[in-house]
Design a binder for this molecule. Structure first.
Ligand SMILES: C[S@@+](CC[C@H](N)C(=O)[O-])C[C@H]1O[C@@H](n2cnc3c(N)ncnc32)[C@H](O)[C@@H]1O
Length: 322
């Protein structure tokens, strides 16, 4: 295991970021990365198999079909770093294709301790792959992986499942630019992007009738209660998924069903919420197929190859650091 953030520093960052989001003038926000504690990561795994949520299945179809071709593009030896692995289940296809060519190292980078543990259990049986995990933020983990690479070793970064969609569009360019600066010319980034599709289909994917996505969203308030000694009353909030046509994104919010006050005792703040006021918890931006090469170029990458799923429009793009 690479260096782990000290518990207190992680806790302080969580408290500071949550307070900043909830006390900002105008729209209250909670950072989406905090959706993933142990409960949140387990609920996300359930979401990924819901009939309405076709995104993960599309990603799996592409990786299962094209993994050998993707790996054939890479110079060897290669170290694989994955940003935000979740369970890592989909990554098996790539790692098995890589292991058939050469023993390699896989570095999962995860903010969620339980997701990182799931990923180790899921992929730990691939004989030719050694796993070195990092519990922490994407760029901090990637910088550590890059610092430990050997001379002549290629780095493949995986950013699957359209997690890039959680960034506002300018922030996505900035983030990929920061990834690029950590890499060397010729290194690779395999980027998943969810593509535009009918709004009704998107809304169903983010507001399923079983209520799993609602529970995933509400768990963020439960987490704040647990970790910041807060008193959010969960029955006074409703999950809301809506499409923002200007941003071409699905937004998830938590809507307050009444006027209320909430205290976050460990953070020393009290909030007031109006009836129907929302807390914005996540955005999922959708891309047109033609957007991706422009996004990549703006961040300093060229596009070597792309694979598309047509059943649930989704793209996997192999980008090369220019
Ligand atoms: C949408 S899930 C995707 C999981 C998986 N890649 C997939 O495609 O199914 C995003 C994952 O990234 C992790 N994550 C979110 N923000 C992060 C951050 N800033 N640094 C590291 N991991 C993060 C979450 O814990 C979660 O497991």
């Amino acid at each position: 295991m690479l260096q782990q953030s000290p518990r207190t520093a992680t806790g302080n960052r969580l408290a500071a970021e949550i307070c900043a989001g909830l006390t900002r003038p105008g729209q209250k926000e909670l950072p989406s990365k905090y959706l993933y504690d142990e409960v949140g990561s387990a609920l996300f795994e359930a979401i990924s198999v819901l009939p309405e949520y076709g995104l993960t299945r599309a990603d799996v179809r592409l990786l299962r079909t094209h993994a050998p071709e993707i790996i054939a593009h890479l110079p060897l030896p290669v170290t694989v770093a994955e940003l935000g692995t979740g369970s890592g289940r989909k990554t098996r296809w790539l790692l098995e294709a890589l292991a058939r060519r050469r023993p390699s190292c896989y570095c999962p980078i995860e903010i969620s301790r339980s997701a990182l543990a799931m990923c180790r259990r899921e992929l730990g049986d691939i004989d030719e792959i050694s796993i070195v995990g990092y519990e922490g933020e994407y760029l901090e983990g990637l910088a550590q992986v890059a610092a430990r690479r050997r001379d002549g070793e290629h780095l493949l970064v995986l950013f699957l499942g359209s997690t890039i969609g959680n960034f506002e569009r300018p922030a996505a360019v900035k983030f990929l630019g920061e990834v690029r600066r950590i890499l060397r010319t010729g290194d690779s980034l395999l980027l998943g992007t969810d593509l535009e599709k009918p709004v009704a289909q998107l809304l169903a994917a983010y507001d399923d009738p079983l209520g799993i996505t609602a529970a995933f969203n509400l768990n963020l308030l439960a987490r704040v209660n647990r970790e910041l000694d807060a008193d959010f009353e969960l029955t006074r909030f409703r999950h809301l998924a809506r499409y923002n046509p200007a941003a071409r994104s699905i937004e998830m919010h938590l809507r307050s069903t009444c006027a209320q006050r909430v205290s976050l005792r460990a953070a020393g703040i009290t909030l007031t919420l109006r009836e129907d006021e929302t807390i914005w918890t996540e955005s999922s931006h959708k891309y047109a197929p033609g957007d991706i090469t422009g996004l990549a170029a703006a961040a300093g990458f060229g596009c070597a190859a792309q694979w598309f799923d047509h059943e649930w429009p989704f793209a996997e793009s192999l980008l090369i650091a220019a």
